[in-house]
Design a protein around this ligand. Structure first.
Ligand SMILES: C[S@@+](CC[C@H](N)C(=O)[O-])C[C@H]1O[C@@H](n2cnc3c(N)ncnc32)[C@H](O)[C@@H]1O
Length: 536
C-alpha cells in the first residue's frame, strides 16, 4: 500500500470429576425462584409444560412424546427467531470456526432482528459460548449418552437460559425442545427434554459443587469448571496475579460479563462534547474515552466518519503512555509496527498530527504538541488497508516488522502491539477461550521476541518503544521483555506506571498491567524500553 503522502470442536474447561449427587429430582420450576421473562422469551407458549417434574418421559404431560400413544397430539412447535439465530451462530462457531462477533451482526441483519430480539439473540449466543465449559459438565451428568454436536449446542443454549438468564424454566425447556424438534427431529427433542428437565432441577450454585473438582484438592480445576475457562488459562491468570485465588476468580467472573462499549475521541477530529451529545459519558481514566451505555456505536456520527471509534480504554492508555515519555532531541517520526486493524494507529496518528489535546492544559505542560508523522505497518495487506481507512495523515505499508523495509535507527517512538493470544480480551470474543491452546503461547513467543528486537533496532538512541500485548500471560509479557533486556546492552526499561498516573493498581512495575476486574478494561500489558545512547 502506498504512502499516504502519497480476523473444531472446543475443548472442555477441565475435569468434571464430580463429587456427589444425582442430577434428577425436583421439577423444572422447583427451587430456582426464577421470576420474570427476558426480552421476548418469557411470555410465549412454551411447550415444555410443568407436569411430570424431573421425569425423563413425556414433554410436559402432553400425552406422550412425538404424538404416539393415546391423548392429544403435541402442539406444533413454534419457531423462535432470536433462539434460532443464536443456535445458528453456535453451530457456525462449532462447525466452521466462525468468529461470533463478526457473524452475529450479519445474522441479525439477515433475519431482521432488532431491539430486544437482537439483544436476546446476542445474549443467548455470547452467554452460551462463554459458559459452555460449565454447561458441558452439567449436561454430561444429565444425559445417558453423549449428545450429537447439533443437539449439544441446543442443550447448551437451554442450559444457559435455565442457569444464567432469568427465563422461566418452562419457557427455557419448551423453546429449546421446540427448536430441537424443528431443526433436528422428534427423537432428539425427547432426549433434549429429559436432559433439560434434569438441568432445571438445580440452580447453577447447586450444580457447581456437584460437577466441579474440589476447591481444596484441585483449586485450578474447580475454577475452570465454575467459571467456564480452560484449565491452562486459569493457571496462567493465577500466575499473572501472583497466585491469588480470590483475585483469579474475580478476573474469571469479569471475563464472563458483557463488556461496556467504550469509544475513543480522536483528538483534533472529534470532541468529548460531540460524543456526549450522542449519549456517551466521559471515561474513568483516558481523557479520550467515552462510555456508550446503550445503542449501536455505528450510529454515532463521529464513529461512522472515523473521527471517533470503538476502542477499549486500556488500548487508548497504552498508546497515550508512549506519547507521554519525554525524548530528547527531535520527535518527528513514529512507527506503529503491528498496526492492523488500526485502533492504536488511529489515536497515535491524531496525536502525532494535532498533539495530545486533552493533555495540553495547565496540568500537563509536557503533553506532546503535535507535528510528528506516523508510519503504520502490518504484515497483512487487508489489515493494513483497515489502518489506511482509520488514519488520516499516517503513511501505511504492508510490511513484515521482522524484515522491515525501513532503515534502522531512525524512529523516535515505536509502538509494538505484538500479535498475542488475546487472553486479555476474552470478554469481547466469547469463543476465543476455547480456540487457543498452550502451544500458541510458545509459537507466538518466538515472533514476539523477533519483533521486539526489530522494534529496538528501528529506534534511534534516546527513542522509546512500547511493547504491548492484549494478554496478561507472563510468557507473552514480562518474560519476553526480560529476554530482550538480557540479550542486548543498548536498552533500559522505564517505569510505565509513571506515564499512567491516573490509573491505580497497575502492579509492581516497571511494566503496567491492566485488568478487567480492576479497571473494567481489557488485560493490556505495556512495557516501555528506551534505547540508550551508549551501550549500558
Ligand atoms: C494485536 S494486533 C495489533 C492491533 C492494533 N495495534 C490495534 O490497536 O488495532 C497484531 C497485528 O500484528 C500483525 N502482525 C503479525 N505478525 C507481524 C509481523 N511479522 N510484522 C508486522 N505485523 C505483524 C497482525 O497482522 C495483526 O494485525
Amino acid at each position: 500500500m502506498a504512502d499516504r503522502g502519497s480476523q473444531g470442536r472446543r475443548g472442555s474447561s477441565g475435569s468434571s470429576g464430580g463429587s456427589s449427587g444425582s442430577a434428577g429430582g425436583r421439577g423444572p420450576a422447583g427451587g430456582r425462584g426464577s421470576s420474570g421473562g427476558h426480552g421476548s422469551s418469557g411470555g410465549r407458549g412454551a411447550s415444555g409444560g410443568q407436569g411430570s417434574p424431573g421425569g425423563q418421559g413425556s414433554a410436559g404431560g402432553r400425552g406422550g412424546p412425538g404424538g404416539r400413544g393415546r391423548g392429544p397430539r403435541p402442539p406444533k412447535p413454534t419457531r423462535d427467531e432470536a433462539r434460532n439465530a443464536a443456535y445458528d451462530l453456535l453451530r457456525a462457531v462449532d462447525e466452521r470456526d466462525a468468529y461470533a462477533n463478526l457473524l452475529m451482526p450479519r445474522l441479525l441483519r439477515e433475519r431482521g432482528l432488532a431491539g430486544r430480539d437482537a439483544a436476546l439473540a446476542t445474549e443467548l449466543a455470547y452467554g452460551t459460548l462463554r459458559g459452555l465449559g460449565t454447561y458441558d459438565s452439567i449436561i454430561a451428568m444429565c444425559g445417558d449418552r453423549e449428545p450429537d454436536p447439533a443437539v449439544l449446542d441446543a442443550l447448551r443454549l437451554g442450559a444457559h437460559q435455565l442457569l444464567k438468564m432469568r427465563v422461566p424454566p418452562h419457557a427455557a425447556v419448551g423453546t429449546t425442545v421446540d427448536l430441537v424438534r424443528l431443526r433436528i427431529g422428534t427423537g432428539a427433542s425427547r432426549f433434549a427434554n429429559a436432559v433439560l428437565r434434569k438441568i432445571a432441577s438445580r440452580s447453577l450454585e447447586e450444580w457447581i459443587p456437584i460437577v466441579a473438582p474440589s476447591e481444596d484438592t484441585d483449586p485450578v480445576g474447580h475454577l475452570a469448571v465454575a467459571y467456564s475457562h480452560p484449565r491452562w488459562i486459569v493457571s496462567a491468570f493465577r500466575d499473572a496475579l501472583g497466585g491469588d485465588p480470590k483475585e483469579t476468580s474475580e478476573l474469571l467472573a469479569a471475563d464472563n460479563a458483557r463488556p461496556m462499549v467504550t469509544l475513543v475521541v480522536r483528538p483534533g477530529r472529534s470532541s468529548m462534547e460531540e460524543l456526549e451529545d450522542s449519549g456517551a459519558e466521559p471515561g474513568r481514566y483516558s481523557p479520550y474515552a467515552a462510555y456508550l451505555p446503550e445503542g449501536d456505536p455505528g450510529r454515532v456520527l463521529a464513529v461512522a466518519e472515523t473521527r471517533a471509534a470503538v476502542q477499549d480504554e486500556a488500548s487508548q492508555l497504552v498508546a497515550l503512555a508512549l506519547t507521554r515519555v519525554p525524548v530528547e532531541g527531535p520527535d518527528e517520526l513514529w512507527l506503529d509496527m503491528c498496526a492492523g486493524p488500526g485502533g492504536k494507529a488511529g489515536l497515535l496518528d491524531a496525536i502525532a498530527t494535532h498533539g495530545d489535546l486533552a493533555g495540553l492544559d495547565a496540568r500537563d505542560p509536557a503533553a506532546f504538541p503535535g507535528g510528528a508523522r506516523l508510519l503504520a505497518a502490518d504484515a497483512q495487506y487487508h489489515r493494513a488497508r483497515l489502518v489506511w481507512q482509520t488514519t488520516r495523515q499516517a503513511a501505511v505499508v504492508t510490511a513484515d516488522g521482522t524484515e522491515p523495509p525501513w532503515r534502522p535507527g531512525v524512529f523516535d517512538r515505536v509502538m509494538l502491539d505484538a500479535p498475542c493470544t488475546g487472553l486479555g480480551a476474552l470478554r469481547r470474543r466469547p469463543e476465543a477461550r476455547w480456540r487457543r491452546d498452550p502451544a500458541s503461547v510458545a509459537e507466538l513467543g518466538a515472533l514476539q521476541r523477533r519483533l521486539l528486537a526489530a522494534a529496538l533496532d528501528a529506534l534511534r538512541p534516546g527513542g522509546v518503544v512500547a511493547y504491548v500485548t492484549c494478554s496478561p500471560h507472563l510468557a507473552e509479557t514480562q518474560v519476553v521483555v526480560a529476554d530482550a533486556l538480557k540479550r542486548r546492552n543498548d536498552a533500559e526499561q522505564l517505569d510505565a506506571r509513571a506515564f499512567l498516573p491516573e490509573v491505580e493498581g497497575l502492579g509492581d512495575g516497571p511494566h503496567a498491567q491492566f485488568w478487567p476486574h480492576r479497571h473494567g478494561t481489557d488485560a493490556m500489558f505495556i512495557a516501555l524500553l528506551r534505547k540508550t545512547a551508549t551501550p549500558s
